[in-house]
Design a binder for this molecule. Structure first.
Ligand SMILES: [Zn+2]
Length: 445
C-alpha cells in the first residue's frame, strides 16, 4: 500500500514539474540582496496562470512573464503560485548605510601613473561620465588629498581631478626635475588639424568637448599653479578626435568624419559571445546569439551600401571588451556599432515600462548617430522608443570613432520577447540600423 502512495506522489510531482512555470530569475530560492526590488521572470507553460504574492502576473502569448516585488528591509517571503504548484522564495534585503567618507588634505606629494589608459576623474567615484582624460603610464602628478580609494590630483589653481589610489605610485623624494616646455607645432590637413606639444616629461592633460571646439589642456603644476597650456581646435559638424603620447610629446588630433562612403570604416560588434551569454530572455534564449544574427545581416547590408565593414566576431567566440576596442583602433574605424538586447533595468519598479529600443553613447560626437538609430530601428521593428542615453561602456568610450551601443529590445520584457522571437527580427533590426547609419552619414551636419 505504501509503495502505491509513494508512486502516486512521484507521478504527481513529475506531472507538476512538466507543466509548471520555469523561472529564469531568481536562480536561488534563498538570497541576500542590496536592491530595493526583486525581479522575477520566466516562462509559463500551457494555460497556467501565475500570481506573485497574490498579484496576478501578465503572461504574453508566447508564455513569457516578468514581475518585480518591492522589498522591505530584512527577510522577505515571496510566494510564486501557479495553477500547477507553488514556490517560496526567501530574499533578505541588506540595509546599506550611506556613510559619507571624509576628504583628507595633505601637503603636495609626487605620484606617477602606473599604466596607460588610466582615467582621471572629476569626482572620486568609479562610475558614470566623470572622466576628464585617460592618462599615460609615467605621467607625473601632484596629489594633495584623498577620499576613499581616490587621491585628489592638483592640476592648477582652479582645476583638480581624482585618480584611483592603486593606479599610481607615490614617491617621497624624486630625482626627476620639473617638466620643461620644449615647443609646439600645428599642422592643418584637408580633413584634420593636428597639434603637438612637448615637454621634458609626461604631464597630465584634460579634454573637453565644447560647443565649437575641442579643448586640450596640459598642466604643469610643479612649475606654477597657473601653468596651463590651452590648445583649442575648432570642430566640424561630424568629428572624431584622439590623443597620442610619445615620450613627453602629446599629439592632439581633430578629424572631420569622411564624406566618402568607400573611405568610411564601420566596425560591427556583436555583443558578448562564447562563455559570455549576455542577457537570458524570459524563454531562456541567449542574447549573444540574437546579437550575432543581427550583426551578420547588418555587415552584409552596410557592405552593399559601399562601406568598409569589419566584424569583431562572426561566430560564437569569446572576445574581451579590450579586444573589441583594439580591433576598431587597428582598423582606424570611423564608426563603431555594438549590438545588444537589454536586460533587467537598474530599478525594476515597473518592468512593463522597460521595453523597446534604446541607443547609448558616451561622447558628444556620437549623439546624432544614436538619435538617428533609435528613430530608424523603432520604425522597422515596431518597438517602443526607449530613447537615447549616455552610459560609460568601454566599447563606446574612445573618441577616435563615433561609438554607439544599440539595445534593440528588452530580453526580460514579455512583450518584447514576442517581437525579438519573430522570424524576421534580426533582418528588420539590421535594416533599421543600416538606415540609421546612412541617414546620419548623408545628413548635412
Ligand atoms: Zn548585452
Amino acid at each position: 500500500m505504501k509503495k502505491w502512495v509513494l508512486l502516486l506522489i512521484l507521478f504527481v510531482s513529475v506531472v507538476m514539474h512538466a507543466y509548471a512555470f520555469e523561472l529564469i530569475r531568481p536562480t536561488e530560492k534563498k538570497s541576500i540582496v542590496n536592491t530595493n526590488y526583486a525581479f522575477f521572470y520566466g516562462k509559463a507553460k500551457g494555460y497556467e496562470s501565475i500570481s506573485i504574492n497574490d498579484e496576478r502576473v501578465y503572461i504574453a502569448p508566447n508564455g513569457a512573464f516578468a514581475h518585480s516585488v518591492k522589498l522591505k528591509d530584512g527577510e522577505n517571503r515571496i510566494m510564486v503560485r501557479s495553477t500547477y504548484g507553488m514556490q517560496i522564495y526567501n530574499i533578505y534585503k541588506n540595509t546599506i548605510k550611506n556613510q559619507e567618507i571624509p576628504t583628507e588634505d595633505f601637503s603636495p606629494r609626487k605620484a606617477y601613473v602606473k599604466c596607460d589608459n588610466t582615467p582621471l576623474r572629476s569626482t572620486p567615484v568609479d562610475a558614470g561620465l566623470n572622466r576628464m582624460s585617460h592618462l599615460y603610464q609615467g605621467t607625473s602628478l601632484l596629489i594633495n588629498g584623498s577620499k576613499g580609494s581616490f587621491y585628489r590630483v592638483f592640476l592648477s589653481k582652479n582645476k583638480q581631478g581624482w585618480i584611483a589610489k592603486d593606479a599610481v605610485v607615490v614617491v617621497n623624494s624624486d630625482s626627476e626635475g620639473m617638466g620643461e616646455f620644449l615647443g609646439m607645432n600645428s599642422e592643418r590637413f584637408k580633413n584634420a588639424i593636428i597639434q603637438t606639444i612637448s615637454f621634458t616629461k609626461r604631464l597630465p592633460y584634460t579634454i573637453e568637448d565644447t560647443d565649437k571646439e575641442i579643448l586640450f589642456r596640459v598642466y604643469n603644476p610643479e612649475l606654477s599653479e597657473d601653468s596651463v597650456y590651452n590648445i583649442n581646435i575648432p570642430k566640424p559638424d561630424k568629428y572624431i578626435y584622439s590623443v597620442k603620447m610619445d615620450e613627453g610629446e602629446y599629439t592632439f588630433k581633430v578629424k572631420k568624419l569622411t564624406e566618402n562612403i568607400n573611405e568610411c570604416t564601420i566596425v560591427v560588434d556583436a555583443g558578448h559571445g562564447g562563455a559570455e551569454k549576455g542577457a537570458i530572455g524570459c524563454l531562456g534564449d541567449e542574447e549573444k546569439d540574437i546579437n550575432l544574427n543581427i550583426a551578420i545581416q547588418l555587415a552584409q547590408m552596410l557592405k552593399a551600401e559601399g562601406f568598409n565593414v569589419i566584424m569583431t566576431r562572426d561566430y560564437d567566440s569569446n572576445l574581451s571588451l579590450n579586444d573589441r576596442v583594439q580591433i576598431a583602433k587597428d582598423n582606424e574605424a570611423d564608426i563603431f556599432v555594438s549590438i545588444h538586447l537589454n536586460s533587467i533595468p537598474d530599478i525594476p519598479m515597473d518592468i512593463h515600462k522597460n521595453r523597446g529600443t534604446s541607443v547609448y553613447y558616451f561622447n558628444k560626437n556620437s549623439k546624432d548617430l544614436a538619435e538617428s538609430l533609435v528613430k530608424n530601428v523603432t520604425k522597422t521593428l515596431g518597438t517602443r522608443d526607449d530613447g537615447v542615453r549616455t552610459a560609460s561602456f568601454a566599447v563606446i568610450r574612445p573618441t577616435n570613432y563615433i561609438g554607439v551601443l544599440v539595445e534593440t529590445a528588452y530580453m526580460t520584457n514579455p512583450l518584447d520577447s514576442v517581437i525579438y522571437g519573430s522570424k524576421d527580427f534580426a533582418q528588420k533590426a539590421a535594416k533599421g540600423i543600416c538606415k540609421g547609419i546612412l541617414e546620419y552619414f548623408n545628413s548635412e551636419g
